[in-house]
Design a protein around this ligand. Structure first.
Ligand code: IFM
Length: 437
C-alpha cells in the first residue's frame, strides 16, 4: 500500500495551445506554434492546435469531468497572445474574460486553479523582434505577469511563471524540433538566460501585485542514466537540461560547464534578479535520458533512445519509477526541502475506442500506480511533496507529434469532440478520493 496525506493536492494539467483551439477567436494574436505548424514538415501528421480539443468552447464540460474525477486542482496555462495579441502593448479584454469565465467555473466546482503564464506559445509579435533571444522579451514577460496579477490575483492562489523552459531552449532553439525551429548553441544560451531572467522579473512583479499569492516555477527533470557510456556528453546534457534553470532559480548560480557560453548574455545583477524566493517547485517528470556526444550538431549532444530491452512507452520514453524517487530525493538534497508538486506525470499509450465505446489503457493505469508508489516512498523518506498533477486531463495536440500520441486520462474522439473517460480516469479517481493505492 502507498499512502498520501489528507491534504495532498490531486490534480490534472493541460496547456493552452494543446487544448484550446479557436486560434482566431476574440482577438487572440498569432503565436510561434501557429507559425511552426504552417510548415507541414514540422508536425508528423501535418496537424496543428487550430482546433485541438475545442476547450475554448467546451471548458464547462471539461470542468465537469475534473469534478467527476475528484480533482482538487487544475493546472492550466494562459495564452499570452489572448491577453496581449502582440505580446506587448494593447491588452485584449476578451482574452482576459475567457480566462475569468474558466477560473470562476473552476472555483464554483471547488477546483483550485493553478495558472501558468508560459507553456511555450510565445506571441509571434515578440518572435518577430527576436523572441526569447532578445533580452527585452524578459521585461515584456514581467509586464504580462503584472497584467495577470492585477486581473486574477483575487482568484488565483498559485501562479507559475514558466512550464519547462528547458524544453523551449533545447528543443526550440538547439535541436529544432519545436517552435521556432532553430538549431544554434548561441541561441540556446541566450534563450536560457532570458527565460531565467523573465522568471525572476515576473516573480518580483507578482510579489508586488499579489503579495498573498503563492508563486513557483515548473521544470522538467530527467536523470541522465548510462553516464559511463559517454561521460562528457552526459555532463553536458545534464547541465543544459537539468541544471541550467534549476540552479539559477534555486541556488543563484549557473553550472560551471556552461558559464563561458552563457557569459555574453549575463549582465551584472542578473543572477540576483533570477534567484527569487519561491513558495514551491513544480517538477515535471516522465522518464530518463541517455546522452550521445554529437559534434556535428549545434549543441554537440543529443538524447539517445533507450535500448530495446528497456521498458518504454510508445513514445520511446523509458519507464523507470525508481528514477522519480531518486529525482525527488535529489531535489531535497541539492536545493533544500522546498515544497514540491509533481506538476506533470503520465504516459503515451496506444489507446483505442472499443466496440462498447470504452477505452482500456492498462499501460497508463500501471504507469500511474508505479510512479505514485515511488512518490509515496519519497514522501516517507522526508521529501516535502505536496501534490501530484496527472498529464493530461485529455488527449490533445502533442506538439511535433501532432495527434499521433495520446496522453489523456480522457479519450478525445477528434472527429466528434466526444470525451470518453479511460480506465486510467477511474483508477485515478479512486486514488484521488481515498489518498492511497
Ligand atoms: O505534452 C507535453 C507537455 O506540454 C509538456 N510536458 C511533456 C508533455 C508530454 O510530452
Amino acid at each position: 500500500m502507498a499512502y498520501f496525506p489528507e491534504n495532498f493536492v490531486w490534480g490534472v494539467s493541460t496547456s493552452s495551445y494543446q487544448i484550446e483551439g479557436s486560434v482566431n477567436a476574440d482577438g487572440r494574436g498569432k503565436t510561434i506554434w501557429d507559425t511552426f505548424c504552417e510548415n507541414p514538415q514540422n508536425i508528423v501528421d501535418q496537424s496543428s492546435g487550430a482546433v485541438a480539443c475545442e476547450h475554448y468552447q467546451r471548458y464547462p464540460e471539461d470542468i465537469r469531468l475534473m469534478s467527476e474525477l475528484g480533482a482538487k486542482a487544475y493546472r492550466f496555462s494562459t495564452a499570452w497572445s489572448r491577453v496581449q495579441p502582440e505580446g506587448f502593448g494593447k491588452v485584449n479584454q476578451a482574452g482576459i474574460d475567457f480566462y475569468k469565465r474558466l477560473v470562476d467555473s473552476l472555483l464554483e466546482h471547488n477546483i483550485e486553479p493553478w495558472l501558468c503564464l508560459n507553456h511555450w506559445d510565445l506571441p509571434q509579435g515578440l518572435e518577430n523582434l527576436g523572441g526569447w533571444r532578445n533580452r527585452e522579451t524578459a521585461f515584456q514577460f514581467a509586464e504580462y505577469a503584472e497584467i495577470m496579477g492585477r486581473n486574477f490575483g483575487d482568484r488565483i492562489p498559485n501562479f507559475i511563471t514558466h512550464n519547462e523552459p528547458n524544453v523551449v531552449a533545447l528543443l526550440g532553439h538547439g535541436w529544432g524540433r519545436h517552435a521556432p525551429g532553430m538549431q544554434s548553441a548561441a541561441a540556446v544560451m541566450a534563450v536560457t538566460h532570458h527565460l531565467n531572467l523573465a522568471h525572476g522579473l515576473a516573480v518580483s512583479k507578482l510579489r508586488e501585485t499579489v503579495p498573498d499569492t503563492k508563486i513557483g516555477t515548473v521544470i522538467v527533470m530527467h536523470p541522465v542514466v548510462d553516464w559511463e557510456n559517454d561521460p562528457a556528453g552526459s555532463a553536458r546534457l545534464d547541465a543544459l537540461s537539468n541544471r541550467a534553470f534549476t540552479d539559477p532559480a534555486l541556488l543563484g548560480t549557473y553550472p560551471q560547464l556552461l558559464e563561458a557560453e552563457l557569459a555574453p548574455f549575463i549582465q551584472q545583477g542578473d543572477l540576483e534578479l533570477i534567484q527569487q524566493p519561491l513558495d514551491f517547485f513544480g517538477l515535471n517528470h516522465y522518464t530518463t535520458m541517455r546522452a550521445r556526444s554529437a559534434q556535428d550538431t549545434a549543441l554537440g549532444v543529443e538524447i539517445l533512445q533507450p535500448p530495446a530491452e528497456v521498458p518504454q512507452t510508445i513514445k520511446g520514453w523509458e519507464i523507470n519509477p525508481e528514477m522519480l524517487y531518486q529525482q525527488l530525493l535529489e531535489l531535497k538534497n541539492r536545493y533544500g526541502n522546498l515544497p514540491v508538486y509533481i506538476t506533470e506525470s503520465g504516459c503515451a499509450a496506444p489507446d483505442k475506442l472499443d466496440s462498447e465505446g470504452k477505452v482500456s489503457d492498462p499501460e497508463r493505469v500501471a504507469y500511474f500506480r508505479d510512479y505514485l508508489r515511488a512518490a509515496a516512498r519519497a514522501l516517507e523518506d522526508g521529501v516535502n511533496l505536496k501534490g501530484y498533477f496527472a498529464w493530461s486531463l485529455m488527449d490533445n495536440f502533442e506538439w511535433a507529434e501532432g495527434y499521433t500520441q495520446r496522453f489523456g486520462i480522457v479519450y478525445v474522439d477528434f472527429a466528434t469532440q466526444k470525451r470518453i473517460p479511460k480506465d486510467s480516469f477511474y483508477s485515478l479517481k479512486h486514488i484521488f478520493q481515498n489518498n492511497y493505492l
